[in-house]
Design a protein around this ligand. Sequence first.
Ligand SMILES: NC(=O)c1ccc[n+]([C@@H]2O[C@H](COP(=O)([O-])OP(=O)(O)OC[C@H]3O[C@@H](n4cnc5c(N)ncnc54)[C@H](OP(=O)(O)O)[C@@H]3O)[C@@H](O)[C@H]2O)c1
Length: 335
Amino acid sequence: MNSSTYKKLVAKQFAQNFQSAIEIVELPIPEPVPSEIIIRNKFAGVNAGFDTLICRGDVSYINLTPPFDLGVEAVGEVIAVGDRVKDFQVGDAVVTIARGGGYREYQAINADLAFKVREATPEILTLIPTGISALVALEQVGEMKSQEVVLVTAAAGGTGHIAVQLAKLAGNHVIGICGSDVKGQLLRELGCDRIINYRTEDLNQILKQEYPNGVNLVFDCVGRQIFDICVDNLAVRGRLVVVGFISEYANNVDLVTQPRIYQKLFWKAASVRGFLMPLYKEHMAEARDRLLNLFYSDKLKVAVDPTKFNGVESIPAAVEHLLNGRNCGKVVVRF
Ligand SMILES: NC(=O)c1ccc[n+]([C@@H]2O[C@H](COP(=O)([O-])OP(=O)(O)OC[C@H]3O[C@@H](n4cnc5c(N)ncnc54)[C@H](OP(=O)(O)O)[C@@H]3O)[C@@H](O)[C@H]2O)c1
């Protein structure tokens, strides 16, 4: 690559898996139009579930035809400013959330869509937009209260580890579900009241024995059997928020034959509620500011997965790493 060009990742075709859909493209670094800034991305957040689904053409609210750019959130440094841009200067650290703006070394973006931060560090990506999703899902969809039992699945993941802490900060008893002892250690440090490693312990049995009145609020990222067990263990008036179902993203949809779900919900006045961040946009700015305040005042810890991924070439491996459940904290790629 010469110094006037940059690399980005595009989906060149729809495919069942991410790796078969993508290619790296090299282009000249753009000049800003008057309303734009040019950002040198330093870190991008990896959303392997979304990446896989979008490359398969399975994100129902997005209608794209390949080729299209990949990646969403990035944090970086402003390197050029359009003539009409007043609020940014060269050298500013900024974070962006834009479809196609993440998996690339440079991006041109309308200045209104960038947000200034103190430093362009990977920790910012645990909050924006990942932590925002956790906060909005818990509060707006889950109607989180205090002194309730809150259960978080994939609790040591990017989204989950923020959800755990927000539920604790609200004054709840928090159960964190995870798949390894290393992840359990992180959850201990974050203040989880009960940590369950579903690979070595019987989740259903523990919930039945230790929480006979059920779980009031479930934040589920995983789906499949974990979802089923969580539905079965909801408390009276319990709420289960479907944040995602990552256990199905790499596979075909699991077909199940069983009584309709109202048979389980009705008798407890319980509910299962879907959450999709793009449908709750109006809450994003307030959530972002609150999370940054919590982080800067040391009330919120953030975990970036320690595995290093460097460069656009490393993105498929980062996606694979997350989809194999090997991460602890938010997965990021460094450029
Ligand atoms: N609805 C929205 O708007 C929205 C926004 C952001 C994220 N999400 C969703 O939130 C969830 C978490 O996303 P994330 O990016 O923060 O990922 P992540 O939680 O950092 O990583 C995924 C984790 O899921 C767990 N997992 C359990 N079963 C799995 C399986 N069969 N395959 C792969 N992973 C499995 C693994 O942890 P354990 O080993 O501990 O099980 C893994 O580390 C995803 O479902 C994602 O789609 C939704």
